[in-house]
Write a protein that binds this ligand. Structure first.
Ligand SMILES: [Zn+2]
Length: 59
């Protein structure tokens, strides 16, 4: 079992399974500040600058 630290407050995060329209998703929830992190959010944050760049160059 791997424990994740909250990027906001460095608090302990527990794993939780949520159900979305895309299917089940394992997320980490901070017991301290309630910050929710999942792989999709992390992925979106990584590709967001690229997405915005593409939108701006299209207009
Ligand atoms: Zn936190």
């Amino acid at each position: 079992m791997q424990y994740v630290r909250c990027i906001r407050c460095n608090g302990y995060m527990y794993r939780e399974r949520v159900y979305t329209y895309m299917g089940t998703l394992d997320v980490s929830v901070c017991i301290n500040c309630g910050n929710v992190v999942d792989d999709v959010i992390l992925f979106n944050r990584l590709i967001m600058p690229l997405k915005l760049e593409g939108l701006m160059s299209r207009k």
